[in-house]
Design a protein around this ligand. Structure first.
Ligand code: C2E
Ligand code: MG
Ligand code: MG
Ligand code: MG
Length: 278
C-alpha cells in the first residue's frame, strides 16, 4: 500500500497506530452524538474548602461521560479528543450552562469553578457563552470562576489574555490551574491578574515526604499572600498532607480527603474538615 502512494510518499502505519486512530475517530463520533442527544454527559462537583473557616467556598465542575459500551471514560481521555476535533466549544458550553444552572440553586452561595481549555480561548467565544449562561441562570457573575492552565497562556497566535480580560470584565473570577507544572509560571502571573492560584497536586502529594516540595508549596503560598491571591492546595488525600499545606500557608484545600467529585447535591458531609480543624 505504501508503494502505490507513489511519488516517494510512503504512508506506513503500524497496526497498533492504525487501531489507535480508528479508536479515536470512533470516540469523536460518539462524543459528537452524546453532545447532540444530551446523553451520557454530566457534570460532577468537588468541594474546595477554606482552611480558616472550614466553609465550602467553591465547587469545581468536572465533566463526566458515561459511554454506552465502555462505561465511565475519564476526561483525560475525551477532553483532548474534544480539543482536537473542535467539539470542545460545544462541550465547554454544556459544562458552563449546567454549572451555572446548578450553582444558582446552591443554598450555601458557594462559587462554581469551570475548567476552560486553551482550545476554547482566543476567539472571543467563551465570554459570549459565559454571558448567556449567567443571564439564563441568573447566577451572579462573582459566583462563577474560570480555571485555566498555564499551557493555555502559551498560545501566542491567539489573543488568550484578551479573552481572559473580557471574562474578568464581566465580574467573573479567573484562577490559574495546575500551577507549577507549566513553563515560566512567574511570567504568567505578571501577564494577567489572576484571582486564585491552584498549586498542582504533584507538589502537594510529596509535600509531607520531600522538603523541597514543602518548600515549593510554601513559596507559592507566600507569593499568593503578597499578591493578595487565594492559594488552593490541589489533591489533598491525607490528614498529614492537610496539616502540611495548612502549615505552609495555603488558604484553601481540595482533594479526596475533603470530598470526591460527586453529582450535584450528592456531596458527602464534610466532617473531615471539622476534625482537621481541631
Ligand atoms: P483539573 O482541572 O486539575 O481537575 C482536578 C482533577 O484532579 C480532577 O480529575 C479531580 O477529580 C482530581 N482530583 C481531585 N482531588 C484529587 C485527589 O485528592 N487525588 C487525586 N489523585 N486526584 C484528585 P478529573 O475530573 O479526572 O479531571 C482531570 C482533568 O480534566 C482536569 O484537571 C481538567 O484539566 C480536565 N477537565 C475536567 N473537566 C473538564 C471540563 O469540563 N472542561 C475542560 N476543558 N477540562 C476538564
Ligand atoms: Mg481545574
Ligand atoms: Mg488542577
Ligand atoms: Mg489537572
Amino acid at each position: 500500500a505504501a508503494k502505490s502512494a507513489g511519488k516517494g510518499v510512503a504512508l506506513v502505519f503500524a497496526p497498533e497506530m492504525e487501531a489507535r486512530i480508528q479508536e479515536r475517530v470512533l470516540l469523536e463520533g460518539q462524543l459528537r452524538e452524546a453532545l447532540q442527544d444530551r446523553q451520557g454527559l454530566s457534570v460532577f462537583y468537588q468541594p474546595i474548602v477554606s482552611i480558616k473557616t472550614g466553609q465550602v467556598t467553591a465547587r469545581e465542575a468536572l465533566v463526566r461521560w458515561y459511554h454506552p459500551v465502555r462505561g465511565w471514560i475519564p476526561p483525560s481521555e475525551f477532553v483532548p479528543v474534544a480539543e482536537q476535533s473542535g467539539l470542545i466549544d460545544a462541550l465547554g458550553e454544556f459544562v458552563l450552562t449546567t454549572a451555572c444552572r446548578d450553582a444558582a440553586l446552591w443554598e450555601d452561595g458557594a462559587r462554581v469553578a469551570v475548567n476552560v481549555s486553551a482550545a476554547q480561548l482566543g476567539r472571543d467565544l467563551v465570554a459570549q457563552h459565559i454571558l448567556s449562561a449567567l443571564v439564563n441562570s441568573r447566577l451572579a457573575p462573582d459566583r462563577l470562576e474560570v480555571e485555566v492552565t498555564e499551557t493555555a497562556l502559551l498560545d501566542e497566535g491567539r489573543d488568550v489574555i484578551g479573552d481572559l480580560r473580557r471574562i474578568r470584565a464581566l465580574g467573573v473570577r479567573v484562577a490559574l490551574d495546575d500551577f507549577g507544572t507549566g513553563f515560566s509560571s512567574l511570567a504568567h502571573l505578571r501577564l494577567f491578574p489572576f484571582d486564585k492560584i491552584k498549586i498542582d497536586g504533584s507538589f502537594v502529594k510529596e509535600a509531607t515526604s520531600r522538603p523541597d516540595c514543602a518548600a515549593i508549596v510554601r513559596a507559592v503560598a507566600d507569593l499568593g499572600r503578597r499578591l493578595g491571591v487565594t492559594t488552593v492546595a490541589e489533591g489533598v488525600e491525607t490528614r498529614a498532607q492537610y496539616a502540611c499545606v495548612r502549615e505552609e500557608g495555603c488558604t484553601e484545600v481540595q482533594g479526596y480527603l475533603i470530598g470526591r467529585p460527586a453529582p450535584n447535591g450528592e456531596e458527602d458531609e464534610l466532617e473531615m474538615v471539622d476534625s482537621c480543624q481541631a
